[in-house]
Design a protein around this ligand. Sequence first.
Ligand code: PLP
Length: 377
Amino acid sequence: MNRPWNFAAGPSTLPLEVLQQAAAEMCDWHGSGTSVMEMSHRGKHYSRIRDEAEADLRALLAVPDDFEVLFMQGGASAQNAIVPLNLIGRAGLGRADYVLSGHWARKSFNEAARYGDIAVAATAESETVVDGRRYGPWCWLPDHARWRVRPDAAYLHLCANETIGGIEQPVMPDMAALGAPDVPLVADMSSNILSRPIDFSRLGMVYAGAQKNAGPAGVTLTFVRKDLIGHALPQCPSVFDYANVAGAQSMFNTPPTYAIYVAGLVFKWLLRQGGVAAMDAASEAKARALYDYLDGSDLYENRIAPAWRSRMNVPFFLRDESLNAAFLAEAEAAGLLALKGHKAVGGMRASLYNAMPMEGVRALIDFLKDFEARHGG
Ligand code: PLP
């Protein structure tokens, strides 16, 4: 099947193999006589689907035994509240620190501010100069050495990949080096999970909406260190209390069964591709090819400081913005979909998640070159 290349930021492209398998199994899963959508979440068929999804996810990310893997609902936006509701009251601390790297971290910060004393550990909301070049707000990240974390914060939150801005934290900070060895790090990895290994020894929890790198919208992958569970504030809804969700193997209420099933197919597809190590190498190669082309071009530009450029979401601008409409129309006609940038940033954005092969990136670069040849200089 010949499909156009879909560069959407999320929900985003899924591997064709996964879609075809889901279609083939739609009405009768493995001779069960029912669709996965029709199964009891407590029955033997669905239990197998769920257990395999968790086991495969654990294998892909080498999740240590002292972490619970929870399949939750509400998306990453709900976690912006669920995280403080569960963690901020730990040991009566009532305070947490946030790194402001862009739109999504700012949203997390604003939500958390409803539940306690929330402070900014570092922010990129002003301009800066890196290697003699000026970068605008949200186009760079402060080095870890400049982060200020309160040693008695209940946690430090960061967004590992800013989907809108196109900024990625390539390495998780060492909390001991930040002078806060006991502060667990919480990472929103909605848009880069499964594209690189996760060093769980540096993290207390990770959450990610599935709809970019892991499957359909509707399930939130949540990894919580066990000692952080069981400290929810009294006002935390029962269905969002990690202790309840973990205690019921993510079936405290009816889980998003179909979304978990498709995510499970994606996990098996990832394992067949060589796992996260293969995705890491592919992400590096795809992003390098696109950034190299953009950097060498006279028509296009990426405005993010190179050390923090996202491998998943590549925003770029046409220097002559009057060409934007023609660019998007011609791209779509050439089979390259969803390249329009987020309205908060403007310009264009190409998302290069796991299911986007190098072939798709080459098709994009060929189009960029062709468009530049016709409209540039
Ligand atoms: N965090 C990041 C980094 C995101 O990219 C998004 C959505 O695009 C969200 C949070 C919000 O996710 P959801 O729509 O699943 O609530």
